[in-house]
Write a protein that binds this ligand. Structure first.
Ligand code: C5P
Length: 283
């Protein structure tokens, strides 16, 4: 067993997202199609014998104690009752708070990576359950496959989606997820549909229930969405602020990403069905 692992933490898109209810604890019941995409942060986890969890690359504006990857490592350490520690280094590409699930994916990579490095032998189900304590989007990254999700996003069913090219734009705005979910104008009562119905409807029928509220609160998002929709069908991912458009061809996606890049951070990325994290871990 090597004393160090370098692993990807990929982004996700919500190809569609319906809000079908609200729980007593304030969390919202969703129906969503998660798709992993070929755009990732990279984490290096190195074994420490002294039991400490050390973050060697602090993230701007995030206190070490609040950092989701540090919290993930400590949670696993407590859960497994291990005295092993780790140094965590991150090469950050994904925007924070953009609806791409970057922080959740980082946490999932730490849980799955340390499970291997510390030789704990926990199952994916156990890791996903732990991950849910850190955030509603963590389990899908442990699951590691495109999925239909219900509950708050943790009840996952594996699906196989088409794998188009996406252009992703991050309008220069930080969207607050709790604020979007608390907005009185948010649609909270979409009629639940079956997974078969969602898949059968296909991309032309997919929508994101957060989009109207986010566009209203953040005019920069509305402006970027109008711009992107001139080229291809476009939508918000999660609670935003990132937007994505779907393209058949890599060439078209790269051309539009380059144009978008003159105004905003923008990427062209391929849709996947299997996460590169699972490939890297060999599971
Ligand atoms: O779980 P996560 O940390 O991503 O959620 C951030 C906030 O978004 C929660 O505290 C909650 O206010 C809101 N949320 C929600 N329903 C969800 C997911 C998140 O209301 N399904």
């Amino acid at each position: 067993m090597s004393a160090s692992l370098t692993l990807p933490a990929p982004a996700k898109l919500n190809r569609m997202l319906h809000i079908v209810g609200r729980r007593d604890d304030g969390y919202h019941e969703l129906q969503t199609l998660f798709q992993i995409i070929d755009l990732s942060d990279s984490l290096t986890l190195t074994l420490r014998e002294d039991g400490n969890i050390h973050l060697s690359t602090p993230l701007d504006g995030v206190a070490c104690e609040d950092n989701l990857i540090v919290r993930a490592a400590r949670l696993l350490q407590r859960h497994a009752n291990t005295t092993q520690g780790a140094t965590l280094a991150i090469d950050k590409r994904l925007p924070m708070g953009g609806g791409l699930g970057g922080g959740s994916s980082n946490a999932a990579t730490v849980l799955a990576g340390l499970n291997k490095l510390w030789q704990l032998g926990l199952s994916s189900e156990a890791l996903a359950k732990l991950g849910l304590e850190l955030g509603a989007d963590v389990p899908v990254f442990i699951h590691g496959h495109s999925a239909w999700a219900e509950g708050v996003g943790e009840k996952l069913t594996t699906v196989t989606l088409d794998t188009p090219w996406f252009v992703i734009i991050h309008p220069a705005v930080s969207v607050s997820t709790p604020r979007v979910f608390q907005d009185p104008e948010l649609t909270r009562d979409s009629r639940p549909i079956t997974m078969a119905r969602a898949l059968q409807g296909g991309a032309s029928e997919w929508r994101n229930d957060c989009e109207a509220v986010v566009k209203k609160r953040y005019p920069q998002v509305a402006e970027a969405l109008d711009w992107l929709a001139r080229y291809a069908p476009s939508r918000l991912t999660g609670t935003g602020g990132c937007l994505f458009a779907t393209f058949e061809s890599e060439k078209a996606a790269r051309t539009v990403a380059e144009l978008a890049g003159q105004r905003w951070p923008a990427w062209a990325a391929r849709g996947l069905n299997t996460s590169p994290l699972q490939d890297a871990l060999g599971c």
